[in-house]
Design a protein. Structure first.
Length: 247
């Protein structure tokens, strides 16, 4: 028989509890320990599961429409295609596994949620969990054991937010253009010519004959390096932008 529990604040351990097909609309389960709970087909619409422990819980067919799962622990939780996760309140999408420093479990959990939302056709939310997955992976890496992988993760995070933030690419491009323009000033160019030289080097468009620029040899060499960086950055922007806009 279905049970209706409204506005109930649970303050005790519910580990392993069996609540199959229970009607828990609006239940306040904030901080509750529901580890290993059997919650198949449970109705938890607009309930509060903030900071709840749902590790190993069975949530196949569970209705979680409008439910708050902010900072909940969801490691090894079992979902199904008919689990309802529409309009779930994830907050900033950071789960308890990550805040507690268990980055390997967090990476696995974020990957599971990313795949569920991808299969459900909700690519924008899937992208949020992909970003968190990459963040957990980066945090799990050690500077001592994996310095190159850790450095590369930092670079990709800053440049494009793991391919999710094309605005980062624009900011990085402007930093390169104006930063190198300052360097070119020390190579004998005035500021206006230095900015022009840097911009056209970055875009690899050619300097044109209407400006008489005769930089020193090392400035020309640096301009060639900047052209390579510019082509890379423009390709990165296009990939990131198209990926974001075509979802």
């Amino acid at each position: 028989m279905k049970r209706l529990i409204e506005n109930v604040r649970v303050q005790y351990d519910l580990e392993g509890i069996i609540l199959k097909k229970a009607l828990l609309v609006g239940a306040n389960l904030e901080g509750a320990n529901l580890s290993g709970a059997q919650l198949q087909d449970v109705n938890l619409v607009v309930s509060n599961l903030r900071k709840a422990n749902l590790q190993f819980a069975e949530l196949q067919g569970a209705q979680l429409l409008g439910t708050t799962l902010r900072q909940a622990s969801l490691w090894r939780v079992r979902l199904s295609s008919d689990t309802e996760l529409v309009d779930v309140g994830w907050g900033n999408y950071v789960l308890a596994e990550e805040t507690k420093g268990d980055f390997f479990s967090a990476e696995e959990t974020y990957r599971m949620l990313k795949l569920w939302y991808t299969n459900a056709g909700m690519s924008d939310i899937a992208a949020k969990f992909y970003y968190r997955e990459m963040e957990a992976k980066r945090k799990a890496q050690s500077w001592k054991k994996e310095p190159l992988s850790k450095l590369w993760s930092w670079v990709i995070r800053l440049l494009c937010g793991y391919g999710e933030r094309y605005g980062n690419v624009v900011v990085a491009a402007l930093v390169i253009i104006f930063g190198l323009a300052v360097v070119y000033v020390y190579g004998g160019l005035n500021l206006a010519y230095a900015i022009y030289f840097s911009a056209v080097s970055f875009t690899a468009l050619g300097y044109g004959s209407w400006v008489n620029i005769t930089p020193e040899g090392w400035v020309q060499a640096l301009g060639a390096v900047e052209s390579f960086l510019g082509v890379f950055m423009m390709a990165l922007f296009l990939i990131t932008f198209v990926r974001k806009m075509t979802r």
